[in-house]
Design a protein around this ligand. Structure first.
Ligand code: DI6
Ligand code: FE
Length: 410
């Protein structure tokens, strides 16, 4: 066989659901890469003969290979920080109170309107580097801190540029309907008109977004406004997803399901009817333990119902300056288990194959499967559960992206 690269002396958690073992494990395995794709994976003893003199062979020293991690929900392009609001919350103010008083998302909007593209790019680059060091190879980035056409486009352009300049692949989401901007304070419907008639066409004209999202909540947009935005996005051929049932049960998830959303995100307040609705539409449930933790939420997402209805569970960082200022996908694995009682296997599915489903890219990434992009990580661990169990010492030794060994940023 003629390959570009072969990996041996490894165990592989393929996360391929066609392999019956937990984690899709192939012990004592080998992987061959050709033209940036997985060309062969299986037991080392069955590895076909290849030209050992002409092919680079990497030895994993008995470590584990997993797919590159995917963080399917972040807001990582933003300026400023909200440490002051953190202090206010420690004094007893709630997240919703701060938002109603003109802080919250709006304070980050002000910082982003003032920031130029170069500054936002550099902040985003540093954050992608932090994720890259822990084995992340694909990240979704939302806009939503502009709330006017100019700044929403600026944030999406920065997100696209980050994807072009970094080895991490970036999937972009237009979240113009994230909050009601001060200019439209008592006229959310008119702001939704702007989102649909002005922002969305401009976003589409520059091909800046892969998906469209809305914050459906009593401090943001109601069901009717949400439906208008998602319907317009769908008609334009974009994927749709929704921030739903984070603080209250508004029925956003059922609406998103009806419209064919890829995912509904947060969903602490989702009820059984909502779970049933998303299971029937094949919509993923994106759980965000960082926001649950940082807001000291007590209402748990309906994990048992999601299991019962076989809804694919996604785990993401929701990295943002207000509700989850935690730039770590790996820490989310631990939190998904400790806070939401997911199994380590479910948590890892949530940042690999299920995250890929939520982004609509599971035909290409998310598992170590022949024909998919060769995006994978070598970990210095003895069992895959270690990825969720421990945190703090980086056990990610090597990252391969598109079949190339990546020099990890310092
Ligand atoms: N829900 C969230 O948790 C983030 N956005 C959203 O719709 C928070 C955004 C922020 O507080 O800056
Ligand atoms: Fe979010």
């Amino acid at each position: 066989m003629s390959w570009d690269q072969v990996w041996i002396d490894v165990n592989v958690a393929t996360m391929d659901t066609n392999i019956q073992e937990a984690y899709g494990v192939i012990p004592q395995a080998a992987i061959a890469v050709k033209d940036g794709k997985i060309a062969w994976v299986g037991p080392r003893s069955e590895l076909p003969e290849f030209d050992v003199l002409a092919t680079p062979v990497y030895r994993g020293k008995g470590g584990w290979i997993t797919p590159g991690l995917i963080d399917a929900h972040t807001h990582l392009v933003f300026a400023g920080n909200r440490a002051n609001e953190f202090e206010q919350r420690l004094q007893g103010a709630t997240y919703a109170e701060i938002a109603r008083a003109g802080g919250g998302i709006i304070s980050t909007v002000n910082a982003c309107r003032d920031a130029d593209e170069a500054e936002l790019f550099e902040l985003g680059r540093q954050r992608l580097n932090a994720l890259a060091r822990e084995g992340v190879t694909t990240v979704e980035i939302k806009s939503g801190y502009g709330l006017n056409t100019e700044t929403e486009l600026k944030l999406l352009r920065v997100a696209r540029e980050l994807g072009e300049h970094h080895h991490i692949d970036v999937s972009t989401t237009f979240l113009g309907a994230h909050a009601i901007p001060p200019e439209y304070k008592d006229n959310a419907d008119a702001y939704i008109d702007l989102v649909i008639n002005d922002m969305l066409p401009a976003v589409i004209a520059e091909n800046l977004a892969d998906a469209v999202d809305v914050f459906c909540e009593n401090i943001a947009f109601n069901l009717e406004q949400t439906e208008r935005v998602l319907t317009a996005a769908k008609q334009a051929g974009l994927q749709i997803k929704l921030h739903a049932e984070q603080l209250t049960n508004m029925g956003g998830s059922a609406l998103a399901a009806k419209l064919g959303a890829k995912s509904v995100d947060h969903i602490e307040f989702l009820d059984e009817a909502g779970v049933k609705a998303i299971s029937e539409s094949g919509t993923c449930a994106t759980l965000l333990p960082g926001a649950f933790y940082f807001l000291r939420e007590t209402q748990l997402p309906p994990i048992d119902l999601l299991r019962q209805y076989k809804v694919p569970m996604v785990i993401a960082s929701d990295f943002n300056p207000g509700s989850s200022p935690i730039c770590s996908t790996l820490l989310m694995l631990n939190m998904a288990c400790t806070l939401f009682r997911l199994t380590p296997e479910e948590a890892l599915q949530g940042v690999t194959i299920n995250a890929a489903k939520a982004l609509g890219i599971d035909n290409n990434v998310g598992s170590i499967t022949v024909g998919k992009q060769a995006d994978f990580c070598l970990w210095d661990i003895t069992t895959p559960a270690q990825l969720a169990y421990a945190y703090g010492v980086n056990l990610c030794k090597t990252v391969v992206k598109n079949g190339q060994v990546v020099a990890l940023p310092n």
